[in-house]
Design a binder for this molecule. Structure first.
Ligand SMILES: O=C(O)CCC(=O)C(=O)O
Ligand SMILES: [Fe+2]
Length: 314
């Protein structure tokens, strides 16, 4: 049986002010809270008034898309690894991964038009608004993290080389009161992950002491997690958030995640300022798309795959 989490609570940091500007005292205060939360958990909750306004539309759109016939959903394919539709009637989790979602036309032309050839404007609009909001939040938090490490001069390059992947997820209700694994424990391998979910709980993050902390669902906040790409770029400066999803009961769990990752063709390498005799470079530079291609070819069913940190270990 899967163990239940502890009652510890993740820090909540307020990001409702859309005019939050670098250099202001409000910025510095939020940045300090981000630093403390990430050092302790690799993860925190970011509250946002704006996401509450989108809530109904986001989960309405997710129900609408996952309620489509399986044959229709399967039309959404991509030639890039891990993008497209994934789902199988025997599995709890089904997902749709949208590449370069920060470009609104990609949502409309690649996803919506494939699933609804006659069009579905409100669906596209909802996903575009959600992506805009979460992308803005991601950029703010990434800038803060780089500032924390004194790496301000890399902010533009870091952000300009980003691919924002939007992932829609549905965990079918397991119809049992036994906690059932919906997503096995893992680190995300991308840069930062920004998650938003409906009222059905299930996300757990592991504390430094190895205890699973329940991340309670909250209508006005995102969950922000450090991924392995950022950990490698910071030469080990922040640890990724190890997490899993455990569901039970008779309601489906919906979550939407914005995953920032570096674009193909861009080599991720710890900056020279973070490497010296005392802090040797921990990981070899990598191209995230090359890694994903390699990751995909490791088809040992049920077996462990070589993750990003192992791939980058000399
Ligand atoms: O559904 C969630 O809340 C988390 C999903 C997740 O961990 C992932 O897609 O990497
Ligand atoms: Fe994850």
């Amino acid at each position: 049986m899967v163990s239940l989490g502890t009652a510890a609570k993740l820090p909540v940091i307020d990001f409702s002010n859309q005019n939050l500007k670098p250099g202001t005292s409000e910025w510095d205060s939020a940045k300090h809270q981000v630093q403390q939360a990430l050092e302790e958990y690799g993860c925190f909750r970011a509250s946002s008034d704006q996401v509450v306004e989108l809530r109904e539309a986001v989960f309405g759109a997710m129900e609408e898309v996952f309620d489509l016939p399986l044959e229709t959903k399967k039309l959404y394919v991509s030639d890039k690894p891990f993008r497209g539709y994934f789902g199988h009637p025997s599995k709890l989790l089904e997902s749709m991964m949208i590449d370069e979602a920060q470009i609104a036309e990609n949502i409309e032309q690649r996803l919506t038009t494939t699933l609804w050839p006659q069009g579905n404007t409100s669906f596209s609009k909802t996903l575009v608004s959600f992506t805009e909001l979460s992308t803005r939040l991601e950029k703010t938090i990434r800038r803060m993290i780089l500032e924390i490490f004194g790496m301000d001069k890399y902010v533009d390059e870091h952000i300009d080389s980003t691919n924002y992947l939007l992932k829609l997820m549905k965990y079918k209700a397991p119809q049992t009161s036994e906690p059932t694994v919906g997503a096995v424990a893992h680190n995300d391998m991308n840069t930062l992950t920004i998650l938003y979910q409906n009222e059905v709980d299930g996300l757990q993050v592991q504390s430094k002491a190895g205890e699973w902390i329940d991340v309670e669902p909250s209508p006005d906040s995102f969950v922000v997690m450090v991924g392995e790409s950022l950990y490698i770029w910071l030469n080990g400066g922040l640890s990724p958030a190890y997490h899993r999803v455990v569901v039970k009961g008779n309601k489906a769990r919906y979550s939407a995640g914005l995953f920032s990752a570096s674009r193909g063709g861009y080599r991720v390498k710890a900056p020279e300022e973070l490497v010296d005799d005392k802090n040797p470079m921990l990981f070899k530079p990598f191209d995230y798309e090359e890694f994903l291609g390699f990751y995909l070819t490791q088809v040992a069913p049920g077996g462990a795959r070589t993750g990003l940190t192992a791939y980058c270990t000399a």
